[in-house]
Write a protein that binds this ligand. Structure first.
Ligand code: HEM
Length: 197
């Protein structure tokens, strides 16, 4: 599978999964919290795949890494769709739980909201036409800043959870693997550059 078919396939699978979860746990607080957690997990997985594709390709020349790099745009837009489910479930939770609404502070709204602003901007500029219209340096700056900001929010969500609940270790390892791979790829590229001095 390649191209936009990936995004459509993942989108359909996520809608089916969300529907099944709401059918099992109900559309009240319990079901919506299940959906919030599962959409955060599908989001971090898709985001990590898209954000580490280039590093993985440099470190591990193989067919899977070639596929990942060629299709990272479609995985990135799939992440945006998955994260839209997180947002939709949060809105739903806000309608059924006043306690949840009262627990939201300005830091959460601004810090989390900025993730959605970046996610939308990055999804809308995921095309060759957008790269041409923005110019490559501006496009790269937007996607670089947005990706790192989104990574920070995932890290501050999952790493403290992993400290108290070992089951979150998998998510924590995934989150930490991204900068580890990107740094390793950066050092490798630097080492391969011809010395000019
Ligand atoms: C915009 C405001 C946001 C609010 C109010 C919010 C609220 C919540 C709530 C209440 C939960 C816990 C659900 C439960 O365990 O019952 C949760 C989980 C989580 N959220 Fe959000 N969220 C927001 C945005 C974000 C963003 C932008 C990200 C990441 C970029 C994110 C990542 C996560 C993660 C990683 C979890 C943990 C999921 C798990 O337990 O596996 N959230 N969020």
């Amino acid at each position: 599978m390649k191209g936009w078919r990936i995004t459509i396939g993942i989108g359909v699978a996520l809608i089916a999964l969300s529907g099944a979860q709401l059918a099992i746990w109900g559309t009240g607080e319990e079901g919506l919290r299940v959906l919030i957690r599962s959409s955060a997990r599908s989001s971090v997985l898709l985001f990590a795949l898209a954000f580490s594709a280039s590093a993985l390709r440099s470190l591990w020349r193989s067919e899977p890494s070639r596929w990942l790099l060629a299709n990272r745009r479609y995985l990135g837009v799939s992440y945006a769709f998955s994260h839209a489910i997180h947002l939709a479930a949060l809105v739903g939770l806000g309608r059924v739980s006043q306690e949840f609404v009262d627990s939201i502070d300005a830091v959460t709204v601004i810090g989390g909201g900025l993730v959605y602003v970046f996610t939308l901007a990055m999804a809308l500029t995921s095309s060759d036409a957008a790269v041409r219209a923005l110019g490559r340096p501006r496009w790269r700056a937007l996607h670089w800043a947005g990706s790192w900001y989104i990574w920070i929010v995932f890290a501050q969500s999952y790493l403290p959870r992993a400290v108290v609940q070992p089951a979150y270790g998998i998510a924590a390892v995934l989150v930490l693997a991204v900068p580890a791979m990107r740094s390793a790829a950066w050092f490798r590229r630097r080492a391969r550059q011809p010395q000019t001095a």
